[in-house]
Design a protein around this ligand. Sequence first.
Ligand code: NAD
Ligand code: UDP
Length: 323
Amino acid sequence: MVTGFTHALVTGGAGFVGSHVCESLLRSGSRVTCVDNFATGERDNIAHLLPDPGFALVEHDVTEPLDDLPVPDGVDDVDVVLHLASAASPRDYLRLPIETLRTGSLGTEHALDFAARHRARFLLASTSEVYGDPLEHPQREDYWGNVNPVGPRSVYDEAKRYAEALTMAHHRERGANVAIARIFNTYGPRLRAGDGRMIPNFVTQALAGEPLTVHGSGNQTRSVCYVTDTVAGLLALAAGTLTGPVNIGNPQELPVWRLADEVRQLTGSGSRVVRVDEAADDPRRRCPDIGLARTELGWRPEVTLREGLRRTIDWFAAHRAAA
Ligand code: NAD
Ligand code: UDP
């Protein structure tokens, strides 16, 4: 994909999605500056990018202003800011509640200020969590959501809702060139084995021959999108002029127990699927309406669930073997 960017600044670029974004941007010919504090990211995710002369890593916490970034060839030519910095796994944001709120609020303000100073387009990586436990199904962008503002997940959901509001305020009051992507559950290589999310848990459990832990009944649904599809959607949005918000996700909806069973089958594991305690405020259904992304961006996911899971399982198996 040719994005036409000269220099992209990617906050959270050492994370799961961010590292694939950096890789894809470099491949398209853009310079990339990755800003990350490694709160939940991993050096291994970007180690292969460090020798590329077009890539720079700045270790920095976005809750501090993004002034005077130490990048060898400067940042004057940054024409797009992709703001992905934020814990994203429930286990991580429940462990880092205040940091998650500060990153979503102060961090987003600093990334918006940086983009304004450079007259760069700004893309916010928001989330399907803004819909909370949705009362409308599938979720369209004009649905306002059903979020518990004081529940344990609120630190993430409300941080992202505030980040969306702040992004729109900069757009309306200051004419900022912005885009909001609402990303639905994404999976693939470089998910952290211990990050507690469904797919890395099921895959590592199946490969280890341990029981696959399904929370509650397992009848809650998710719609999972392979990471290269998500990244293509994000870059298509960044490269255009649409503000959004725009749902980026795969509309194939499945109960969690079915996803566990798919992983079990594809790994050939003898593991059982077991039920454990339900997670607090766990959304019961989640499925994106991607009509807007289809018509306005010409984007749709291409990797099938089986193929995506196979690639993910292969990656985890190779890493397990190496470890
Ligand atoms: P991740 O935890 O792997 O990556 C997040 C990155 O942000 C990490 O590298 C982390 O170190 C960095 N970071 C966190 N706080 C920071 C701070 N204060 N300063 C600098 N860097 C900081 O998570 P991910 O799954 O790659 O998610 C990336 C983005 O996409 C997040 O904004 C998340 O909300 C959004 N998103 C992801 C999904 C998904 O399914 N993966 C779904 C919806 C939205
Ligand atoms: N889940 C599960 N077993 C696990 C991890 C997660 O059954 O080991 C469930 C979780 O309760 C939720 C779904 O899988 O219903 C997706 O969870 P995840 O943490 O991946 O993302 P979420 O969509 O909740 O942000």
